[in-house]
Design a protein around this ligand. Structure first.
Ligand code: ADP
Ligand code: MG
Ligand code: MG
Length: 925
């Protein structure tokens, strides 16, 4: 016996049994077919039908577009079943059965063959149906739809040709809309359509119903390899070997009079998540009429008064389907002479806001468990609550200009700039810019960075523009094919509309839409009650801590409000750049004698102390990790080239001065600049990233880090006196040798003790180190003997592990690498598990082997990236630290990691030396 290629809707259970799971049944029958079968099984009124499997499709394509043995015979047998259950017969004019042919892959995707309705009609059957229904207008309208759909979808005749015929007929009949055309008009149109098909394809329209069925089935199979479908799968990472199923289903008619209707519905509001059945319907209409927008639809609520019984039944079914799938449903229905039929159901697409609300509501309605609800919301959806978006009402009112791929979320408004230099220049003048290009190249990056958003007319999800935009969090829409850019004329056209450089546009990177003019943006509400609840559930599930990187008290307050459990990184040098401080810092750097330097440091001390007091107060009761000065000193002085050119200009001016006073003043400035230049020249390094920075600075200028530690402990004592619970942790950056750590730590602990003695106060504190060069990870055991905590600085660790400088890489070869697949992911966005991650595992394990209670965290930007957070969970880290805005995302991602991998096991918690399996369960290979 040949294989089973065809399943009646009523046989969905068999498909499930054969494949072993519901997911397997969906793969075999496609999403649409599996759900039609599932609804049939539930007793929902579904017109009878059958599904030809995706295996049948794959076999057909593999065999050179030939049906595999037995497939057609099984299709005929299944058709006989439909005939039996409907009491009608395919091709029989006295009791005609009509069917639809619907494609349906496992994942719904564009590019697959459009549905064909009313298969089974020909001249004889049409005449029979007229006799039966007494409604020739209905019959010939249905007939012409079949010929039109069959002609365009199966035979490839451009649909415009058919539409032109209809328009011509309307003009001839002197009517405005299709619905005013009479039966005879449609009959004539059908005849004309067939003529077109014959001239266009050289063959007549297939009158024989079984030929129609066969050709339609084949066409669905072939559409799997259509260009649009292949492109879509490439862009969205769907496998090419899944194949599509074909669904053949008895027709029901929403267009047989005023007791008929057709509609679409969502079981909840897809924008807000409100638990209310929503949708649109049309009385006396068929299939696509509702979505095609030819006639104004009615809101579904009105069906309650138009057809109360059908509405009540549909509402009950919608609720049932929701409970069954435990998800919001997107449904299609038709009412034929008062009888309700459901034609499709699937999980509904929705906004992030709706996703969160629905997940929480469904837990409260007892439909979902908390874990499932938390697992369902994606970290990017939480991101939505933190970035400006366009208001839904404003989007509707404005009407979009064009659409493309939504490659980087968020809303952006600005003036169009057609090249990177213009974008950068205008942005420096304080204008918001949208950079628009046919596509972008590495040379464009400076403009993209300066722009608010990026728009391109070509390119896909992995194009340069898309990669860069996501990398830098810039909203972007790419591949807007409708956009014709004329770089010479400095304008672009979309359809009839011409838009010039400097005109204002709005782009929606979340939805992939482009609008003319400035749309108002709103910051969605982070205090949203549903989000707050969902995140509180996430907190119950996660075992990984979440802290924030913050330099100012205001940021710390925000971080805490977003749920941070401490600060994982305070960068002390950021405050040095503030205008009233920079002068003092420069004086400290320029100091030629210890006394001058001491003076400068003494002036900085109270300023730093005040910074820390604010942070400690904001984080009352929570740990605060303060990193001592990190960047090379020359960063605090003017750039070498600027100094040199300023000096040259000043010397030129000298000859033009008239008074001695002017002269003196100028000479003073020249002297100062010369001093700076001399010092800058002295400090100049070939590779500052690898030069005198981090702990190396603290060792060379111990007074500086001593001052910082003094400020930390004076601040700690002061706020403790106010009743604040302080937990300072002092972090030493860029250590590569244990002696560096020893020498710095000794000096600093001494200073801390000194301050506490002066203040007659004890403060709980820790000293620790960053791990940001490979050597430090490898000697983590030695470091752990000194350090009470580790924090992986994964930005530097990635640079030093790869031996690449991030600034140079991202402007240069890295984008090329990503575009050409040499690197699959940007290691500065997601931790490179094989290399950098390996170093983190080794560091954690070796550190904890020596000091089992060693606190280990991460403070690089990766700390806010969901994939990296999963890795940190698996490495057994205590916490991740990220920007305040990413704290809610990190909380959710950490919960996902715990759900996926189980609670963390701390590597080395039981010393390996004791012979038991240290870190069992942790991925430490
Ligand atoms: P899509 O995937 O584009 O939604 P569908 O296969 O769902 O395509 O069908 C397109 C339209 O035709 C929908 O409105 C659907 O409800 C309608 N339709 C499909 N099959 C039938 C049928 N057997 N009877 C009545 N309407 C149908
Ligand atoms: Mg559909
Ligand atoms: Mg660093």
């Amino acid at each position: 016996m040949s294989k089973k290629w065809v399943y009646q809707f009523s046989e969905v259970g068999e498909a499930e049994k054969l494949t072993g799971s519901w997911d397997g049944a969906r793969a075999l029958l496609g999403g649409k077919g599996a759900n039609l079968g599932d609804m049939t099984r539930l007793g929902v009124p579904v017109p009878p039908g059958f599904t030809v499997t995706t295996r049948g499709c794959n076999e057909f394509l593999a065999g050179g577009n030939k049906f595999p043995e037995g497939l057609w015979e099984q299709e005929l047998a299944a058709l006989a079943h439909i005939e039996e259950s409907t009491g009608k017969a395919f091709g029989d004019p006295t009791r005609p059965l009509l069917v639809s042919c619907r494609s349906g892959a496992k994942f719904s995707m564009p590019g697959m063959m459009d549905t064909i309705l009313n298969l089974g009609l020909n001249d004889k059957v049409a005449a029979g149906l007229v006799a039966l229904t007494g409604d020739p207008r209905f019959v010939y309208d249905s007939y012409r739809r079949l010929v039109q759909m069959f002609g365009s979808v199966v035979l490839g005749v451009p649909d415009e040709v058919f539409e032109a015929v209809i328009t011509g007929r309307r003009k001839a009949a002197g009517v405005k809309v299709d619905s005013e055309l009479k039966a005879s008009d449609w009959q004539e149109i059908t005849r004309k359509f067939k003529e077109i098909i014959r001239t266009y394809t050289g063959k007549p329209f297939p009158e024989e119903p079984l030929d129609q069925l066969l050709l339609a089935t084949e066409a669905v199979f072939r559409s799997w390899n259509g260009k649009r479908a292949v492109d879509y799968r490439n862009a969205s990472g769907i496998r090419h070997d899944l194949g599509t199923a074909v669904n053949i289903q008895a027709m029901v008619f929403g267009n047989m009079g005023d007791d008929c209707a057709t509609g679409v519905a969502m079981s909840r509001n897809a924008t807000t998540g409100d638990n209310h059945l929503e949708g649109d319907f049309l009385v006396n209409a068929q299939g696509e009429d509702v979505v095609a927008g030819i006639r104004a639809t009615q809101p579904l609520d009105e069906l309650a008064s138009v057809m109360p019984a059908a509405y009540a039944e549909f509402k009950a079914i919608a609720e049932r389907l929701e409970r069954h799938y435990r998800n919001m449903q997107d449904m299609e229905f038709t009412v034929e002479h008062g009888k309700l039929w459901v034609l499709q159901t699937r999980d509904g697409k929705r906004t992030a806001q709706a996703e969160v609300r629905i997940a929480v509501d469904m837990v409260e309605e007892g439909m979902l468990g908390k874990e499932e609800a938390v697992g369902r919301v994606k970290p990017e959806q939480v991101d939505y609550f933190l970035h400006p978006q366009f208001e839904a009402s404003a989007r509707k009112a404005a009407g979009k200009l064009a659409s493309g791929l939504n490659v980087s979320p968020g809303a952006a408004v600005g003036v169009i700039a057609f090249d990177a230099d213009t974008a950068e220049g205008w942005s420096k003048e304080g204008r918001d810019v949208i950079m628009v290009r046919p596509e972008t190249k590495p040379d464009d990056v400076h403009g993209m960075l300066a722009a608010r958003g990026i728009l391109t007319s070509s390119g896909g999800r992995t194009s340069h523009a898309a990669l860069v935009a996501r990398q830098f969090g810039k909203p972007a829409v790419v591949g807007v094919a409708a956009l014709a850019i004329d770089l010479d004329k400095r304008e672009m056209t979309i359809g009839e509309q011409t838009i010039k450089e400097g005109d204002v546009i709005s782009i929606d990177g979340t939805l992939g839409d482009v609008y003319l003019g400035a749309l108002p943006t709103v910051i969605p509400d982070i205090d949203n009650a549903y989000l707050t609840k969902l995140l509180s559930w996430a907190d119950e599930m996660r075992t990984l801590g979440v802290r924030a990187n913050a330099d100012y008290p205001a940021d710390a307050v925000r971080a805490r409000a977003y749920g941070a459990e401490g600060l994982g990184l305070v960068r002390t040098e950021h405050m040095f750049f503030e205008s009233e401080r920079l002068g003092i810092v420069q004086k400290m750097i320029m100091a030629k004698t210890p006394t001058v330097r001491a003076e400068a440091l003494a002036a900085l001390l109270p300023l730093q102390r005040a910074d820390f007091e604010g942070l400690f107060r904001a984080m009352d009761g929570l740990p605060v990790i303060i990193r001592l000065i990190d960047p090379p000193l020359h960063e605090f002085l003017p750039p070498h080239d600027n100094l040199a050119s300023d000096l040259a200009a000043l010397k030129m001016q000298l000859q033009h001065f008239h008074t001695l006073e002017e002269m003196d003043q100028a000479l003073g400035v020249i002297r100062q600049k010369q001093d700076h230049l001399a010092r800058v020249t002295e400090l100049r390094e070939a590779n500052p990233m690898l030069g005198t920075r981090g702990v190396r600075l603290g060792i060379l200028i111990p007074e500086l880090t001593r001052m910082q530690v003094r400020a930390i402990f004076e601040a700690a004592c002061a706020v403790k006196r106010e009743g604040v619970a302080v937990r300072p942790e002092v972090m030493i950056p860029l250590v590569s040798h244990v002696n560096e750590l020893r020498s710095q730590k000794r000096a600093l602990v001494e200073e801390a003790k000194l301050v506490m003695a002066e203040q007659r106060m004890e403060v709980d504190y820790h000293f620790g180190t960053m791990i940001e060069v490979p050597r430090a990870a490898l000697i983590a055991d030695e470091l752990a003997a000194e350090a009470e905590f580790f924090s992986f600085g994964t930005n530097d660790l990635t640079q030093t592990a790869f031996g690449i400088s991030r600034d140079d890489a991202e402007k240069g070869f890295l984008m090329y690498y990503l575009e050409h697949g040499i690197l699959e992911e940007n290691p500065f966005a997601t931790i490179d598990a094989a290399g950098v991650g390996k170093l983190m595992e080794i560091g954690t394990q070796r550190g904890r082997a020596v000091r089992p209670d060693l606190e280990v965290g991460i403070c690089g930007e990766h700390g806010g990236d969901p994939a990296s957070i999963h890795l940190c969970h698996r490495y057994g880290l205590d916490y991740v630290s990220c920007s305040p805005f990413r704290v809610p995302i990190a909380r959710l991602a950490a919960a996902h990691a715990a759900l996926k991998y189980g609670p963390q096991l701390k590597a080395g918690a039981q010393p390996a030396a004791s012979g038991n399996e240290a870190g069992k369960g942790v991925v430490l290979t």
